[in-house]
Design a protein around this ligand. Structure first.
Ligand code: ADP
Length: 333
């Protein structure tokens, strides 16, 4: 079976009307392929968190069905269900009076794993998220920076090796520089571990940077568009999505903006399997985006003559467009 026929998560006609009558989510159809990272993005109050919490049954849907690995979540014991689903939230929710290692091992301890196993697994997880266990394992959460606490939250969610991770604004509380680093690191980690991830964010830059696919939500909990980052940038289905991805004017700019080497990334960090077509450094962003779409890949290589300059990702295209829009010396066309 291919990924489309057998998604890890499938929402069909899902709706949530709260008891006060608020229709938080309506008629939502969404598939999340195994091992992929899907971002739910949209303005505040459009039903993203509600959708996420329906997957692990923190909130019960009032319509539709949610299948996890082919099984209806409502037919499963919520505690057993959540064992297979890591959950990372913005406020992290670490226990303040327990050490970092104990916090990371929480789920394993609850599952009755022996202490020594919990300890060694916790240290392994800290290493994985870039925190030196020798330094951090026996510290307390308040002794860590916001970014470090967020890493501990990710380590904790991964400790029991769940196939699925749900993340609600996981990098929202950290400053922009740390956030960008955490985003890139988590993306690399996810590519290695092949977890299925659903990530909620209000930040379109984060969604484009992180998602294999992006689901844009609109007011009233409706799905406005779902697709790869390149598809959303190149072909927004309506004005709302176009405005949200910032491409209404940007789209016209695409055709006249040349690739700026400043937005290229080095090849390392990108797996060669992701490498798609090649464009010349003199190409426009539109041509680069077209190559991304044509190959259905995350990156396109850029070269000048015989020389390889770097790769352009949808995120790079997006940032280049934003910069072009912000540049007052370029008049609108
Ligand atoms: P988002 O995550 O996109 O910001 P939410 O899923 O948190 O949106 O909320 C969607 C809508 O549901 C909002 O209008 C919000 O005010 C409303 N809502 C959320 N939780 C509740 C609740 N417990 N009772 C009533 N309305 C709620």
């Amino acid at each position: 079976m291919d990924a489309t026929a057998d998604p890890m998560i499938r929402l069909t006609g899902v709706g949530k009307t709260y008891p006060d009558g608020t229709m938080a989510v309506q008629g939502l159809d969404l598939d999340v392929a195994r091992g992929s990272l899907v971002c739910l993005v949209g303005p505040s109050g459009c039903g993203k968190s509600t959708t996420l919490k329906m997957i692990n049954r923190l909130i019960e849907p009032t319509a539709g069905t949610i299948l996890l690995d082919g099984r209806d979540v409502l037919a499963q014991d919520p505690v057993a269900l959540r064992r297979g689903i890591g959950y990372v939230i913005q406020q992290v929710g670490l226990f303040p009076h327990q050490t970092v290692a104990v916090n990371v091992g929480t789920v394993l301890t609850l599952q009755g794993a022996p202490r020594a196993t919990v300890r060694s697994r916790s240290l392994e997880m800290l290493e994985l998220v870039g925190l030196d266990p020798e330094v951090y394992a026996d510290r307390y959460p308040h002794q860590l920076s916001g970014g470090q606490q967020q890493r501990v939250g990710v380590a904790r969610a991964l400790a029991a090796d769940p196939p699925v991770l749900l993340m609600d604004e996981p990098f929202g509380a950290v400053d922009p520089v740390v956030r960008a680093r955490l985003q890139d690191e988590f993306r690399r980690l996810q590519r290695t571990l092949r977890k299925t991830v659903v990530l909620v964010t209000h930040d379109i830059d984060e969604a484009v940077r992180m998602g294999d696919r992006v689901a844009v939500f609109a007011a009233g909990g409706r799905l406005a568009q779902e697709g790869t980052p390149a598809e959303l940038l190149a072909r927004p289905v309506d004005e709302f999505v176009a405005d949200f991805v910032g491409s209404t004017r940007g789209l016209r700019r695409l055709a006249v903006t040349r690739i700026d080497p400043a937005y290229l990334e080095p090849l390392d960090g990108v797996t060669t399997g992701d490498l798609g077509g090649v464009v010349d450094a003199d190409a426009t962003l539109e041509e680069a985006l077209a190559a991304l779409l044509r190959e259905d890949r995350q990156v396109v290589a850029v070269r000048r003559g015989g020389q390889f300059l770097g790769v352009l990702t949808p995120n790079g295209v997006h940032r280049a467009l934003r910069a072009s829009l912000a540049d007052p010396s370029l008049s609108d066309r």
